[in-house]
Design a protein around this ligand. Sequence first.
Ligand code: DAT
Ligand code: MG
Length: 145
Amino acid sequence: MVKPDGVQRGLVGDIVDRFETRGLTLVGAKFTQIDDDLAAEHYAEHEDKPFFDDLTTFITSGPVFAMVWQGQDAIRQVRRMMGETDPADSAPGTIRGDFGLDLGRNVIHGSDHEDEGSAEREIGLFFDEDELVDWEQVNEDWLYE
Ligand code: DAT
Ligand code: MG
């Protein structure tokens, strides 16, 4: 999900482009503004952290662009493309390493590949089942051996 800072800075197109050209398949997308209840649910794992209020204030501060991408090892590959949680620690070439400087403005959210089921849970928070499209990319034979 492109966070409010990424949307405001006009980075949606670049971020979509990276996932598309990597070979992932877009199966859902939604431009929306998160309300307080959804923010609390989305970041429930962090509710006891000192940064929770700042985090939920930030994520509700403007529109976000939520996406569902599918492909081989998609969750982990997206995390690698995002970089580290802190843009200051993120390698150039990653999304956070190319577009961010500050931990509290790190441009993108991605589901946790180490937390089994987090992607499924988060997809359920943002999308109804009929908003996800089951389709086959024509170039699949050229992306996978
Ligand atoms: P990630 O977004 O890489 O999955 P996370 O789930 O640990 O990272 O934390 C969620 C968001 O909370 C993160 O994108 C930025 C913010 N955050 C994390 N750790 C923080 C900290 N120590 N101080 C302030 N904000 C923090
Ligand atoms: Mg996380």
